[in-house]
Design a protein around this ligand. Structure first.
Ligand SMILES: [Zn+2]
Length: 211
């Protein structure tokens, strides 16, 4: 069995399941109808439902190393399948691509992985490598390069998402909006990219509760 803490957590969940059974019954009987697809990193510290307060049924989650969207022409089709399912079948209104500080996948771009030892990591990180190349070309200071690469990686996924006809079509028709977010592990805050100003601004700024 896994660790005792997971079993304890499961016992607590069973209590919640019983007390909130109407919610879980509805989800089981009526199916899922999430409005948001979440594309985030697999990092265990960046838990979408924890940092957004989303309940079961609210987020269609896709997590992989460094929150990467392979272009539609890529042989890596797991991510594309999830995108097509979310957009075409579930009809989500929003796709959030959320990067985070201290991302190990992005840090790994600074080194060349050994393809003989970790062939899948090597291939996967090649998909994120343009982010480092763009960050390097931006002329940003050395101490800012890591964070700049993390941010650039989020924005590159916008372009990659638009290689999927269902995403491009959804944006054109106004039924789908793509958002770029950045979660800061040190402060627990989320910033969103604003294309007009090219700035990252706290998502709480426009909410009723100021951060
Ligand atoms: Zn990460």
């Amino acid at each position: 069995m896994p660790t005792p803490s997971l079993i304890d957590g499961y016992r607590k969940f069973r209590e919640k399941y019983k007390s909130d059974h109407e919610v879980f019954d509805r989800l089981a009987d009526e199916g899922q109808d999430p409005k948001v697809m979440w594309i985030g990193c697999s990092d265990s510290r960046v838990v979408p439902e924890l940092i957004t307060g989303a309940e079961p049924g609210e987020l269609f989650d896709l997590r992989n190393i460094a929150n990467v969207v392979p272009p539609a022409t890529s042989a890596a089709c797991a991510t594309g399948a999830a995108i097509e399912y979310a957009v075409i079948h579930l009809g989500v209104d929003h796709i959030v691509v959320c990067g985070h500080t201290e991302c190990g996948g992005i840090a790994a771009l600074a080194a060349e992985p050994d393809p003989d030892v970790q062939p899948h990591i090597t291939s996967w990180l090649d998909l994120a490598r343009p982010a480092r190349e763009q960050a390097l070309a931006s002329g940003v200071a050395e101490e800012d390069l890591y964070l700049e690469t993390i941010k650039t990686n989020v924005l590159i996924q916008f372009d990659n998402l638009r290689t999927y006809p269902c995403v491009a079509g959804g944006e054109r028709s106004g039924t789908l909006t793509i958002h770029g977010w950045l979660y800061d592990l040190h402060t627990g805050t989320i910033k969103a990219y604003h294309p007009e100003s090219k700035e990252w601004v706290s998502i709480a700024r426009h909410s009723r509760r100021a951060e």
